[in-house]
Design a protein around this ligand. Structure first.
Ligand code: GLN
Length: 446
């Protein structure tokens, strides 16, 4: 733990992965693990890890990378943090993200701009930018993130590591700063598939504090890693190899799929016809939920409070005006509009219907196949500030990851190769709660 903290102190000016490091807490936790004795049967015992800064840590500033939460110290740990502590893992710091997890580049953080682990002139991906980079750069063996529309899988792809968004309901969201509650899931970044499976085994499970968690038994996900995928049926959706996807990305992922075939998998092309509506529907539904969830930041309860205000109304307005960044304000306005009486039928309801159609697309494929394999992102990591004037280009980044959140499926990104020295991610999508199949194939490929 001391070596990890020293290494972060020495290297983080290069990556800027952390908003807050937890030296005292980490040493204290490590001492407790030492006193109890390292548990040889528990892969996480004594292992340092990073925590995305939208996951609550008791007594340690938790900002969600927003000015509005500056100085906020939660009075309890998120369930996932508590579970990691029970497993003996040692939280070493809070990682940078896009403000309130809204973004795909890490650039909307109020605090700093995280740099890609492979090339510091390139974006790290987002919104879990710091968690992906701290693992990609070798500062820690694993880190926790959240994925609402691709925020684990996309930065995992951009940093050449393994990133898993579990099925909706697999992992508790209690103590996670809510963005879009019907889409948000906590997941983990690691360098290997086995590590990833080990972390999920410890994170998953029903939680009395999150009514959306499933009561399904949690298997030991490392047990399914046997390298055997003979006869497994893999579906390759043609829409995920469409016009907007970079040619090198398509090539590398196709080569990886050939490798899966060589290992004995049966591969067919399928169609997920409603894919193209996913981004539009997501920005309506996700923003609507965000506009509701972010109402709680009023300057009274948490973090930042505007100064020199005369009335209560003024306090709310000034705190939110000064406390939220542009991207967050844009989403609050879009979401509030989509839920308003005049626009509800036309926008919110239609987006919800699109979501159902997307779910049905997946159900049809999973009636005949075990797994869907596709690129994780349309592009490799690009330069900072590139899409500043056209948010739509950035939004389109998530076209291949959003459908998985809409349907609550597990999705994993794994490195499939490199294009011009930058990592390309392959996405493995399982049926609901079929994480074991996802891991089995990822392990065989790795
Ligand atoms: N990039 C998407 C967005 O900005 C997804 C973010 C996420 O998964 N948290 O909404």
């Amino acid at each position: 733990t001391k070596a990890t903290l020293a290494n972060i102190a020495a290297t983080d000016s290069k990556y800027e992965a952390y908003i807050t490091t937890m030296e005292d807490e980490a040493i204290e936790t490590a001492a407790a693990v030492d006193a109890a004795g390292i548990d040889a049967n528990n892969l996480l015992s004594g292992i340092p890890y990073g925590i995305k800064d939208n996951i609550l840590t008791k007594g340690v500033q938790t900002t969600a990378a927003s000015h509005i939460l500056e100085g906020f110290k939660p009075v309890f740990d998120a369930t996932v943090v508590e579970k990691m502590r029970k497993a003996g893992a040692i939280g070493v710091g809070k990682t940078n993200l896009d403000e309130f997890a809204m973004g795909s580049t890490g650039e909307t953080s109020y605090y700093k701009t995280t740099k890609n682990a492979w090339d510091q002139t390139k974006v790290p991906g987002g919104s879990s930018s710091g968690s992906a980079v701290t693992v990609g750069a070798g500062q820690v063996p694993f880190a926790l993130g959240t994925d609402t529309g691709g925020s684990i899988r996309q930065p995992a792809a951009f940093n050449g590591i393994v990133g898993m968004k579990p099925s909706y309901g697999r992992v508790s969201r209690f103590g996670v700063v809510a963005f879009a509650s019907s889409l948000d899931q906590v997941g983990q970044f690691t360098r290997t598939v086995k590590d990833n499976a080990a972390v999920l085994s410890a994170l998953a499970g029903q939680d009395a504090n999150d009514q959306t968690t499933s009561n399904r038994a949690v298997p030991d996900f490392t047990a399914s890693l046997n390298g055997d995928i003979k006869g497994l049926k893999i579906a390759v959706p043609k829409e995920y190899f469409g016009a907007g996807v970079n040619a090198a990305v398509k090539d590398i992922v196709r080569q990886a799929i050939n490798q899966l075939e060589a290992l004995g998998a049966i591969v067919d092309e399928v169609s997920l016809p409603h894919t193209k509506y996913g981004v539009a529907a997501y920005y309506i539904l996700g923003s609507a939920e965000a506009s509701s969830n972010l109402q709680r930041f009023d300057g009274i309860r948490y973090g930042f409070r505007a100064k020199d205000v005369k009335t209560l109304e003024d306090l709310y307005v000034q705190t939110r005006t000064q406390g939220f960044g542009d991207e967050v304000k844009q989403r609050i306005m879009l979401g509030t509009y989509a839920l308003s009486a005049g626009a509800y039928e036309k926008f919110f309801k239609q987006a919800a219907q699109v979501r159902t159609l997307m779910n049905q697309d997946f159900d049809k494929v999973f009636a005949d196949y075990d797994l869907i394999v596709a690129p994780a992102t349309p592009n490799v990591a690009y330069g900072f500030g590139q899409n500043e004037d056209d948010p739509e280009i950035t939004y389109m980044n998530d076209v291949l990851t959003i459908p998985v959140n809409m349907a609550g499926l597990p999705g994993l990104s794994i490195n499939a190769g490199f294009s011009n020295g930058l990592p390309v991610g392959m996405q493995l999508i399982g049926d609901r709660f079929a994480e074991e199949t996802v891991y089995r194939v990822a392990y065989a490929f790795e």
